[in-house]
Design a protein around this ligand. Structure first.
Ligand code: ADP
Length: 316
């Protein structure tokens, strides 16, 4: 037996709710008003008040249930969009792999051509792998299934770990990063995911800048928050594209024109991580001159003054 998609089921639930609750309630409200208007005895007036009270309760219940059903419907819509984006993105590398395998299977290629095809196949498989890993990461964080171990994390250690991971990823084209970190800064958060967020920003700064790459990490305290910025002198971002780049599976025109590899999930993961920390991510950019991504995170207390690391599940 096949069930209709969640979004259609929720719409049907909304319609049934309206017919079963709202329509009889409206009829009963009219009855209550008539009883109050024409009632001469205290019994009819009391019955009218009772009917109207019941109707008011039913309408409140209807409104509350519709809010919950509406929220469910918009969640189902988001999930639907997510699934269609993933399927769409999976098709591109899979189609390339199928096309590349055909001449290999026919066995008519020269040794040079075989090597060329093998290189392209490896690139497409890498793309597929990165897409799946990132999709799973994003879905785990957004659905609240990722266990965040919240503890004080010194900014110096966080940035050093992120730069070490960045160096490993960009070993083909080593790029020094300059840092200006206010001493003694601590954030309250999950070390592993925060490092991942900073690495994503560093790798983007590297990917989306020209030959003379200048990447800088700055951290400063701002009241009960800590601001951590990654700045580059790269291609920059069109103002019209700035907000949607965090939505997932969205890539800027300049990035696509430049031919930089990517699946458009890095910033969505950064935003999901930062939101799970009750923080935010901001972007300032000038096309052709560079960009700054700023993470605003909750400030932490030194380890001795704070409670020990606490594992919590948080999402969105
Ligand atoms: P990906 O890098 O895989 O495309 P991201 O989600 O990390 O995915 O980035 C989404 C888009 O945001 C990129 O395709 C690019 O257009 C833009 N972008 C991100 N970081 C930068 C940056 N530092 N400079 C210019 N554009 C950037």
């Amino acid at each position: 037996m096949r069930f209709p998609p969640a979004i259609i089921q929720l719409r049907r639930a909304q319609l049934i709710l309206m017919l079963v609750v709202l329509v009889p309630t409206i009829l009963m409200t009219m009855l209550g008003i008539v009883l109050l208007a024409v009632g001469s005895s205290s019994v009819t007036v009391f019955a009218g008040v009772l009917v109207l009270t019941f109707c008011a309760t039913a309408v409140t219940g209807y409104v509350l249930v519709s809010i919950f059903v509406g929220k469910g419907a918009s969640l189902a819509r988001v999930q639907n969009d997510f699934f269609s984006s993933v399927s769409h993105e999976l098709r591109t590398p899979l189609t390339s792999i199928r096309l590349l395998l055909e001449p290999l299977a026919e066995g008519k290629l020269t040794e040079d051509e075989r090597q060329q095809v093998a290189k392209l196949l490896s690139r497409e498989v890498g793309r597929l792998d990165s897409l799946l890993v990132r999709t799973l990461d994003l879905s785990r964080i957004q659905s609240g299934r990722h266990a965040f171990t919240m503890a004080p994390v010194p900014i110096g250690e966080l940035v050093a770990e992120a730069i070490a991971a960045f160096d490993a990823v960009t070993a083909t084209r080593p790029t020094p990063i300059t840092t200006a970190l206010e001493p003694g800064l601590i954030v309250h958060g999950d070390r592993e995911t925060l490092v991942r967020a900073v690495v994503n920003l560093l790798v983007n700064a590297w990917k989306y800048s020209g030959d003379d790459k200048q990447i800088q990490v700055v951290a400063r305290g701002a009241g009960r928050k800590v601001e951590l910025e990654v700045t580059d002198n790269g291609i920059g971002i069109d103002p019209a594209e700035r907000t949607e780049l965090f939505d997932g599976f969205v890539r800027g025109k300049a990035a696509v024109d430049q031919g930089a590899p990517g699946v458009g999930l890095g910033l969505a993961i950064v935003r999901a991580i930062v939101r799970a920390h009750k923080g935010k991510v901001e972007v300032m950019s000038e096309p052709g001159r560079g960009s700054t991504f700023r993470l605003v995170l909750p400030r932490g207390l030194p380890a001795t003054a704070a409670a020990p690391g606490l594992a919590v599940m948080e999402g969105r």
